[in-house]
Design a protein around this ligand. Structure first.
Ligand code: PLP
Length: 230
């Protein structure tokens, strides 16, 4: 259950993150991404008022309304949902980060349509680390090719990798997926030492993700409360 006020909920999550970092003895900072899907702009504004700057959205259309409504707050917006090619042009202009780049076509469309005035678009390669046929993300074997394409795209800036591992009930199996992501991340860092973001871990398992080196955790329900089913 989330705490009663946004400030208390944020503090509780910050505490979980710090404890996990201390336990792991990792030095990289861990950023919190507030996941606002299905939440109204007012709810996001309340969390922003408590100090949160970075927000994640799953749907381009839903995000567009909130980004416009909250424009004056100067927040940082991340797309974390699957991106259809026909929405990529709009996404390139709206978001500060796109975490779900999983195919060459998206690299090309995002690069072609990123407005110069907005500076480079930060991107993560989404990896289907558990090889689930129902999920989006590229295969681990496709990461190197996408990394190369992104590095060659002038309006994109590669920041790292993102994953949504299968929700195994067994913590050891989730942790194993996070560890495989960490190894992929280290391999990419060998090619591009500038990358700084490994986005993995959610409300239920952020401690396991941080133990394996996550530098960004994406938290929805622990911050906003349970979502109504769509
Ligand atoms: C909904 C969502 C989250 C947050 O999940 P919670 O369990 O509510 O913390 C994180 N990442 C992605 C990609 C999501 O769709």
């Amino acid at each position: 259950m989330p705490e009663s006020s946004p400030a208390a909920a944020l503090a509780a999550i910050a505490h979980r993150i710090e404890r996990a970092r201390d336990a792991s003895a990792r030095v990289a900072p861990v950023r919190l991404l507030a996941v606002g899907k299905t939440q109204a702009a007012d709810a996001l504004a309340a969390v922003a008022g408590a100090g949160q700057r970075a927000f994640g959205e799953n749907y381009v259309q839903e995000a567009a309304g909130k980004i416009e409504a909250l424009d004056a707050l100067g927040l940082e917006w991340h797309l974390i949902g699957h991106l259809q090619s026909n929405k990529a042009k709009q996404a390139a202009a709206l978001f500060d980060w796109v975490q779900t780049v999983d195919r060459r076509k998206l690299v090309d469309v995002l690069d072609a349509h990123r407005p110069d005035a907005r500076g480079p678009l930060n991107v993560l390669v989404q990896v289907n680390i558990d090889d689930e046929t129902s999920k989006h993300g590229c295969a681990p074997s496709e990461v190197a090719g996408l990394v190369e394409a992104i590095r060659a795209a002038p309006r994109l800036r590669l920041r790292g990798l993102m994953a949504i591992p299968a929700p195994h009930a067994e913590p050891a199996r989730r942790r194993d997926a996070f560890a495989r992501m960490r190894r992929l991340f280290d391999t990419v860092a060998g090619v591009d030492p500038g990358i700084d973001t490994l986005s993995m871990g959610m409300s239920d398992d952020l401690e396991l993700a941080i133990a394996e080196g996550a530098t960004m955790v994406r938290v929805g329900s622990a911050l906003f409360g349970a979502r109504a089913r769509r």
